[in-house]
Design a protein around this ligand. Structure first.
Ligand code: HEC
Length: 544
């Protein structure tokens, strides 16, 4: 099946990439996928195919067409050009009821919405669909008119909980902002109160940020959501001073501060809260286990140079394209980034121009595809990578200015870090929590992972960035890898006490699995490439 087809747009101008295994329901294969995050992205419609014939059976328009519910939350023509609102984090299925639950990402462009005024359903919503027909049964929008790239990042978790002496089949939805939303699985009724509260207003020309956002009152957020000077790193007096100066130079009014030209602090950040690993639940106790990142980032939304000025050289055009599309991940100076994003300053010694072309056009792993860029632009990028003048590149980045009226986040995904390369806030930078979902109360919270560099500088339980979720066993174990320190850990699920840890050959940026074979219990994890091990691997453990 060609996922680029049947979306109502030219299949050659877009890309759709499955990032989760999809759902099998009876004879249907139900799938979303990753799409571009910028202008010209494919719409994130959810599709179901017949598992025997491969025929398309139903489509749920995550960006509604005329006559469909939610269409009125967009400008009339938006469904023709807006993309995203896609399910890349995976779904879950209540097989007995025939209901599928799909959390969706932000509409495009991620950080500026002048061409999509309105609430933008079903962006950033969980939609409960009839698995047989794709008809919407209920939905809840967690963020209206998203301009922060706060995609819903993980499959929701099905759980039965007890409230007022009654068993309720529920669905719990993790997020990047650190809210856990809990709904009645059948009706979509929130099981703890959720309040619409006023939020800061955008100062960018053309933007109409939404005046309120939903705030769940329970459980408490599982990631820090607000920073003050007291939260800034104090690894040394000099670093503390640097942190204060940077903090004061940024625009920050708390959660949901709209990004603007000044440079805006986003917190918990696009990598904050949950990632795709999601949560684990213990059906015996009704407890939910969830890990989180604390990821302050800087967003600077400026008018962008997307067209090539007449007479501009390939290298100069490539440099401005690099600023807009690549520097957020690969670094302003091509130095590479977090979570093993490679440096590009010597990439032309490793890859030939045709290989570079394919890599940029099609993407690879966590490297997105840039199929929407014209070939001419990709060629200019390659010329830039071959002869890139880094000083000029840095200057351009700082002065990137207006020739067209579309705004882009020129510092998208860049960290609020200090000159020692570590976070500008005090640890913990990664955490693990147990929440009793019957009451909405936290049972325990601990830092997850340890950062060696920061430990040497005097911090102890730092926690680290973590990508990958936990699993929980009937025998009382909570098992998780996920951390940057390349450890796999087992905790006592009741107390959060560390029982066992093991150093993997690379970071285990995945959720583990456990299974029985011939009476023996195994535990298996997929390990990302690391220093010792360029290929990555799958590692299994067994009980004696
Ligand atoms: C969302 C983050 C992200 C963005 C944006 C991004 N990249 Fe990448 N890129 C990656 C990651 C991660 C890899 C490593 C992928 C892999 O091979 O697993 C990568 C790999 C590459 C490679 C291969 C490097 C090697 O040593 O094999 C090239 C070349 C590259 N990127 C160029 C670009 C260019 C040019 C742009 C902008 C048009 C860009 N990237 C934008 C994340 C990103």
């Amino acid at each position: 099946m060609d996922l680029n087809k049947n979306l109502g747009v030219d299949p050659d101008s877009i890309w759709v990439r499955p990032t989760s295994p999809g759902i099998i329901y009876k004879d249907l294969f139900i799938i979303g996928g990753e799409v571009s995050e910028v202008y010209g992205a494919a719409p994130g419609h959810i599709r179901a195919y017949d598992t025997r014939s491969g025929e398309l059976v139903w489509t749920f328009h995550t960006i509604p067409h005329p006559g469909e519910d939610g269409y009125e939350t967009w400008p009339p023509e938006a469904y023709k050009y807006v993309g995203g609102a896609n399910n890349w984090g995976g779904m879950c299925l209540d097989e007995e009821r025939g209901m599928v639950y799909a959390p969706l990402g932000s509409p495009t462009y991620d950080f500026y919405g002048s061409d999509r005024h309105g609430e933008n359903l079903f962006g950033n919503s969980i939609v409960a669909l009839d698995a047989a027909t794709g008809e919407r049964i209920w939905h809840f929008q967690t963020i209206h008119h998203d301009i922060w790239d706060y995609d819903l990042p993980a499959p929701p978790t099905l759980i039965t909980l007890r409230q007022a002496g009654k068993d309720i089949d529920a669905v719990a939805l993790p997020s990047k902002v650190g809210f856990l939303y809990v709904f009645d699985r059948v009706t979509g009724q929130p099981l703890f109160p959720i309040e619409e509260r006023p939020v800061p207003t955008s100062r960018i020309p053309g933007e109409q940020s939404w005046p309120t956002q939903p705030f769940p009152l329970k459980p408490d957020p599982y990631a820090r959501q607000y920073l003050t000077i007291r939260d800034l790193a104090n690894r040394s007096p000099e670093l503390h001073q640097e942190a204060i100066e940077k903090f004061q130079s940024l625009h920050y009014e708390g959660l949901f501060t709209p990004p603007d030209q000044q440079g805006t602090l986003l917190f918990p950040g696009t990598r904050g809260g949950s990632e795709w690993g999601g949560a684990a639940v213990d059906p015996y106790t009704g407890w939910l286990f969830i890990n989180a990142n604390e990821s302050p980032e800087v967003a600077t939304v400026r008018q962008s140079v997307s067209d090539r000025p007449a007479g501009q050289s390939d290298a100069a055009f490539g440099a401005s394209l690099y600023s807009i599309h690549c520097s957020g991940c690969h670094g302003v100076k091509l130095e590479g980034g977090l979570a093993d994003i490679p440096a590009l300053n010597e990439v032309t010694t490793r890859l030939t121009p045709p290989e570079l072309f394919t890599r940029i056009k099609e993407g690879n792993g966590r490297m997105p595809s840039f199929a929407h860029l014209p070939n001419e632009a990709i060629k200019a990028l390659i010329v830039f990578l071959e002869n890139g003048n880094i000083d000029e590149q840095v200057k351009r980045h700082e002065t990137l200015s207006s020739t067209t009226n579309d705004f882009r986040n020129t510092t998208a995904y860049s960290f609020f870090n200090l000159s020692d390369g570590l976070q500008a806030i005090k640890p913990p930078w990664g955490t693990l929590h147990a929440i009793d979902l019957n009451s909405g109360e936290f049972k325990w919270s601990i830092p997850l992972g340890a950062h060696e560099g920061a430990r040497q500088a005097g911090d102890t339980a730092t926690g680290t960035y973590n990508y990958g979720g936990p699993i929980v066993t009937a025998g009382g174990l909570l098992i998780i890898a996920a951390t940057k320190d390349e450890k796999m850990r087992i905790f006592n699920k009741t107390t959060g006490e560390l029982i066992w840890e093991y150093t993997l050959p690379g970071p285990g940026y995945a959720s583990p699995s456990t299974y029985m074979h011939d009476g023996r219990q195994y535990l298996v994890i997929s390990v990302t490439q690391g220093k010792e091990q360029p290929e990555g691997s799958i590692i299994a453990f067994a009980l004696p």
